[in-house]
Design a binder for this molecule. Structure first.
Ligand code: SME
Length: 165
């Protein structure tokens, strides 16, 4: 059984350094991308404070993301590239940090409680193949420390998962 540790941290960088260690340990020895996405979303949802959704969307074609493993309320299944915060992250190939989703034109509301969102594109040699999406019920929940930390977590997921199997 995997035991999550909960400690008090003086800073977000410290928090993410520890969470990265937990994710490496959790995924160690497993390369199945769906199993790893499921466990990554579960770890983040339970370890990170103030989230209402954490999960994955994967590109099923060049133009469309499809819902993958997640934790939180049921979500929209298909998102066109270029649409919503997730589709924008794919189109730009860079992370999207949205402090207030109500102020983001084209935001796709899946859970009406969501107020801020952080979307990290998943990158491998042939380009973006999906996104890791985090939602919070608190406006301004995510800052640049969260972006750097979750980018590091996403990179661990990508490095540990083998899509060729
Ligand atoms: N809000 C996202 C859609 C996915 S849900 O938040 C889970 C978007 O605008 O792309």
């Amino acid at each position: 059984m995997f035991a999550m540790t909960a400690r008090s941290h003086t800073s977000k960088p410290e928090f993410y350094a520890e969470l990265c260690g937990q994710l490496r340990a959790l995924l160690s020895g497993e390369s199945d991308p769906i199993a790893n996405a499921a466990n990554t979303s579960a770890l983040l949802f339970h370890a990170m404070p103030d989230l209402n959704w954490a999960g994955f969307y994967f590109l099923q074609s060049e133009v469309e993301l499809v819902l993958g493993p997640f934790q939180g309320k049921p979500a929209c299944v298909r998102i066109a590239v270029g649409k919503g915060v997730c589709g924008a992250a794919v189109e730009r190939g860079s992370s999207m940090l949205v402090e207030d989703v109500h102020a983001f034109r084209g935001h796709i509301p899946c859970d009406a409680n969501s107020r801020s969102e952080l979307v990290i594109p998943l990158l491998r040699d042939d380009g973006v193949f999906g996104v890791l999406d985090l939602d919070s019920p608190t406006a301004g929940r995510f800052n640049s420390d969260d972006q750097a930390g979750v980018e590091a977590l996403a990179a661990i997921y990508v490095a540990q998962s083998d899509w060729s199997e």
